[in-house]
Design a protein around this ligand. Structure first.
Ligand code: AHR
Length: 495
């Protein structure tokens, strides 16, 4: 029967820590994701710090963005770092052949990226160019960023305004080597990776974690080959998966104004990542039993048809309540695989694909996805706790069925117990009985995110259409019941 779902958290059996970098972001030179959306330049009338928009920075700080990946994506394999240093007016203007064929001014380069990361207090993830670059170019970039010697490159960095080395936390060798990154086979890329990773050096104690470009969707051959063949210099294997409502790249489905069939297919296609992670983790457990290598989902999110009248190469899409539910389902899945999934990067931060923020000239709005990230902040670096769900029913439409409730719990760094609940059903609320093994749940407080329509979204005219509301529940008769509204997300601290 409806409403008989119960969730039990077991605080006596803590699991792995949910690495804060699971909440990482991705900012590529694509459309208005960086230029206009975040970067306006120091001379702009738009209030900014070192060229980065103050309104956007302020909003992102609330998310405690732990990590930013840059400069791509596919763009990374065509990016030459030397073109993005020195006086901005003298940098070469290139064509962004990957995204929209527009002019790339190189105004944002290495120094500007590290400014952004430092302003946000975020770790850095630099994606190297294997495609049109060379091992030498990547090695020299690393030297430029990390050397504290008097080498010519370190001195050039100083001349360009940065005395101390930059802190590079993660470095990837290429991107999507199976596709835009060079259309390679896993075996070919694996050899290239081993050679590159041998020669890209950093000072002792400053070596970033190295990420190899892995597979996507149901393809686990990349994980198989890399984890079997690479014994050194690899801290993570990347993985990409995008949620496409129709499952088809030619007509993906609209960001808003979609039918319920595309709501449920979006839920189903999102949940499919669980099986993909599982099959890759199984391979890693076989080839890397000491668990040195992380499984980094460094691109994920919804990918819809672009908004009418926008440049098809800019990947600009609206963001609705559906996206917030998708984000929360992904978070719950990532938490369940916290041991291997040590980093993820939603694609992307601003104005591109499943964004946190949309901008229109000097205006800015926070998307429902932003609010999901905000609600889940307590899960960063929290210790996962097992949850069991009883009585979960399926939400079905036609032949498609998905579990109605998704749950995840953790002990936050503040010592409090947090529970996240998602209701995938757009039509029915669900009453979830919350139990704490070996104790009693007395109260829950936090926030809830939902809206009347499946595609409810924020616009520049109505920017607060979708936003979280305060939530609280008290136990009655020894029972704590949490009502998760239809198409809703609830994150609470359970006492
Ligand atoms: O996020 C947009 C693009 O999607 C990235 O550049 C690429 O890696 C992926 O195909």
């Amino acid at each position: 029967a409806w409403g008989q779902v119960s969730v039990t958290i077991d605080p006596a059996k803590p699991g792995p820590v949910i690495n804060k970098n699971v909440y990482g972001q991705f900012a590529e030179h694509l459309g208005t994701g960086i230029y206009e959306g975040m970067w306006v330049g120091p001379d702009s009338k738009q209030p900014n710090t070192k060229g980065w928009r103050n309104d956007v920075l302020g909003a992102l700080k609330e998310l405690k963005v732990p990590l930013v990946r840059w400069p791509g994506g596919c763009f990374a394999d065509e990016y030459h770092w030397r073109e993005g240093i020195g006086p901005r007016g003298e940098r070469p203007v290139k064509v962004n052949t990957m995204w929209g064929g527009v002019a790339e001014t190189n105004a944002v380069g290495t120094h500007e990226f590290f400014d952004l990361a430092e302003l946000l207090g975020a770790d850095t993830y630099v994606n190297g160019n294997l495609g049109t670059g060379s091992n030498q170019e990547m090695a020299e970039w690393m030297e430029y960023m990390t050397s504290d010697t008097k080498s010519t490159l370190a001195e050039l960095r100083r001349k360009n305004g940065r005395d101390k080395p930059f802190k590079v936390d993660f470095f990837a060798v290429g991107n999507e080597a199976w596709g835009c990154g060079g259309d390679m086979t896993p075996a070919h890329y694996t050899n290239l990776y081993k050679t590159a990773a041998s020669f890209i050096k950093a000072p002792h104690g400053a070596r970033p974690k190295f990420i190899a470009s892995g597979g996507n969707d149901h393809d686990s051959k990349w994980t198989e080959t890399l984890s079997r063949e690479v014994k050194n210099n690899m801290d993570g294997i990347s993985f990409h998966y995008y949620t496409i409502p129709t499952g088809k790249w030619d007509v993906k489905g609209a960001a808003t104004g979609f039918p319920e069939t595309e709501w449920i297919s979006t839920m189903k296609n999102t949940l499919a990542i669980d099986g993909m992670i599982r099959s890759n983790v199984k391979i890693l457990d076989k080839n890397d039993p000491t668990k040195k290598v992380g499984f980094m989902v460094d691109e994920w999110g919804t990918w819809y048809d672009v908004e009418k009248g926008t440049n098809a190469g800019f990947l600009y899409q609206q963001n609705s309540l559906r996206d917030a539910v998708v984000a929360a389902l992904n978070f719950n899945i990532f938490h369940a695989h916290a041991e291997r999934v040590r980093m993820t990067n939603i694609a992307q931060m601003v104005n591109v694909l499943q964004a946190m923020i949309l901008t229109d000239k000097d205006k800015m709005l926070l998307t429902p996805t932003y609010h999901a990230y905000r609600m889940y902040v307590p899960f960063q670096d929290a210790t996962s706790l097992p949850v069991s769900i009883k009585g979960n029913v399926n939400y079905s439409l036609g032949k498609v069925s998905v579990p109605q409730v998704s749950a995840s719990a953790a002990r936050g760094k503040d010592g409090k117990m947090y529970l996240a609940l998602v209701n995938t059903n757009p039509n029915k609320d669900v009453d979830v009985t919350v139990n704490v093994a070996g104790g009693a749940a007395k109260a829950a407080q936090g926030s809830v995110l939902t809206a009347p329509a499946m595609d409810a979204h924020n616009t520049f005219a109505a920017p607060d259409n979708v936003k979280p509301a305060a939530f609280s529940a008290q136990a009655a008769g020894g029972k704590l019941s949490v009502k998760v509204p239809a198409k809703g997300v609830v994150v609470v601290n359970v006492e």
